[in-house]
Design a protein around this ligand. Structure first.
Ligand SMILES: [Cu+2]
Length: 131
C-alpha cells in the first residue's frame, strides 16, 4: 500500500507531465471575448490563461479564487505605467472579485498573481488586445 506522501508525489509528478501536454493540445484558434470574462484562480494557475479581447471595448474580469490560499490579479506593466487600478489586490479563497478595464491600445498585456513565487509557479497569463 503506497503511503499518502508517495501518492501525493505521484500526483504532482503526473500534473507536471500532463498539464503542458493538455495545454499544447488546445490549439491556437483564438476567440475574441467580451463583456464578463470569468477567470478561475487556483494554485498555481489562471484559467483561462490566454485571453483575447477587442481594443476600446470595456471588459469585466470576474476572478474567482477556487484555491486554498489568497491570490490576486495584477497587470504589473499597466500599474507601472500609472494605471494603478489595473489590479484586484486581494482575492481570498472562495471569493470572487471583479476588475473592469478598457484596453485602448492593441498589444499583449501580461497579468499575474503578484504574491511572491506565485507567478513563477504558473500564475500568469496574457490578454491579447486586437483591433
Ligand atoms: Cu497567487
Amino acid at each position: 500500500m503506497p503511503s499518502r506522501l508517495s501518492r501525493l508525489i505521484l500526483v504532482v509528478i503526473l500534473a507536471f507531465i500532463l498539464l503542458p501536454a493538455a495545454a499544447a493540445c488546445k490549439g491556437s484558434a483564438e476567440q475574441v471575448m467580451s463583456g464578463e470574462i470569468k477567470i478561475e484562480a487556483g494554485e498555481f494557475y489562471f484559467k483561462p490563461a490566454n485571453i483575447t479581447v477587442k481594443a476600446g471595448t470595456p471588459v469585466k474580469f470576474v476572478v474567482t479564487n477556487t484555491g486554498k490560499i489568497e491570490h490576486n490579479f495584477s497587470f504589473e506593466e499597466l500599474i507601472a505605467k500609472g494605471m494603478t487600478s489595473a489590479r484586484i489586490g486581494r482575492i481570498l479563497p472562495g471569493m470572487t472579485e471583479t476588475l473592469e478595464i478598457t484596453f485602448d491600445q492593441a498589444g499583449t498585456y501580461i497579468f499575474d498573481c503578484s504574491i511572491p513565487g506565485h507567478a513563477d509557479a504558473g500564475m500568469k497569463g496574457t490578454v491579447k488586445v486586437v483591433r
